[in-house]
Design a protein around this ligand. Structure first.
Ligand code: SAM
Length: 322
């Protein structure tokens, strides 16, 4: 089945047919290796310093070393375009990789040690529990209706001794001094008060996607720490890394700031476009939505408001019981 057959069309964009909860498109404008998720993948690699934080390199190499007949196994939950798992599989031919998602990107060319399974993780992933040496989930938990339960299911797929790598964006927006920016308000002089139109969009999007409230990364870290299956001794226990990506400026002292600033501008433009069908389907006034979009564009173009979007990577090891 090609990607187009797996989709339903909503206000001009293709959306998955498995889950009503995931509201971003799954069409080629999102999934193609030259489009939004690929751009975001490039951003992640620049921010983090590779496919995973370099401080995990030794642990990853150890876990992916083939010691007997059993090949190590890696799961990427919510694999999207598949770009992360394909790069991992190409770099590790002795390891088996599975990408799991609501949709499969049929345009993908994957090596033989990498396959994809279509499904909804909220069903519990019973076949995957305690089965993988490494479990990776990037930009997934923040999209779930019950992120606490989703995180429990994803973390449960890690074998004892294995590694969980959880990466996600953050819908908070910070100014150049890294102080939180508030959402712009219709009909007010927002420039004078340092309010941000992208923060407004993010606030509206959160009310759409997280009706029970936003589950911030700090709470996910706490959940992992309190989970008795997580090893708090190994490699520093649960480690939370935070990165600030500048939007349309190079940031202050940010490595690869120039490229990141450009990528983030394009990524936010495409993200806003990707959210639009969901707003329209929920009954938002199309004129208001278009006005917000043009405010966001103006804000990025005139460059007066320099801002950062935060991104996070959390890692944790699953305890080996005696
Ligand atoms: C923002 S994309 C990120 C894709 C990829 N991890 C990356 O970083 O490029 C989120 C992905 O999670 C998937 N997803 C969301 N909810 C899911 C669920 N309940 N079960 C499986 N996959 C899900 C979506 O289909 C989408 O491909």
């Amino acid at each position: 089945m090609g990607i187009a057959q797996q989709l339903k069309i909503l206000h001009g964009r293709g959306r998955n047919t498995v889950s009503e909860v995931y509201k971003l498109p799954a069409d080629l404008s999102e999934m193609d290796f030259t489009k939004r998720l690929a751009l975001q993948h490039r951003m992640w690699k620049l921010l983090v310093g590779g496919l995973y934080p370099p401080d995990l390199a030794e642990a990853v190499a150890q876990l992916l070393k083939r010691e007997d007949d059993a090949r190590p196994k890696v799961l990427d939950v919510g694999s999207g375009s598949g770009i992360w798992i394909v790069e991992m599989a190409q770099a590790n031919p002795e390891v088996d990789f599975i990408g799991f998602d609501l949709v499969k990107n049929e345009a993908i060319v994957a090596p033989p040690n990498c396959r994809f399974i279509i499904g909804d993780l909220t069903g519990g992933l019973p076949d995957f529990q305690a089965a993988f040496d490494i479990v990776h989930a990037r930009s997934v938990v923040g999209h779930l209706l019950d992120p606490t339960e989703g995180l429990r299911i994803i973390a449960g797929c890690v074998k004892p001794g294995g590694l969980l790598v959880l990466a996600d964006g953050d819908l908070r927006v910070y100014n150049s001094q890294k102080h939180l920016l508030h959402a712009a308000v219709d009909g007010e002089d927002n420039a004078a008060t340092d309010r941000c139109w992208f923060a407004r969009w993010a606030k509206e999007w959160t009310s759409q996607t997280c009706p029970d409230g936003y589950f911030p990364i700090e709470d996910r870290v706490e959940q992992l720490k309190q989970d008795s299956g997580i090893d708090l001794e190994k490699a520093g226990g649960v480690v939370h890394r935070q990165y600030f990506a500048p939007v349309n400026w190079p940031g202050e002292g940010v490595e690869h700031g120039e490229e990141l600033g450009g990528i983030m501008k394009l990524n936010l433009t495409r993200f806003v476009d990707a959210c639009k069908p969901s707003f329209l389907a929920s009954g938002y006034d199309p004129e208001i939505v278009e006005r917000w979009i043009s405010e966001i564009q103006n804000e990025m173009e005139d460059g007066k408001l320099r801002y950062y979007c935060p991104w996070h990577v959390v890692s944790a090891f699953r305890r080996i019981y005696p």
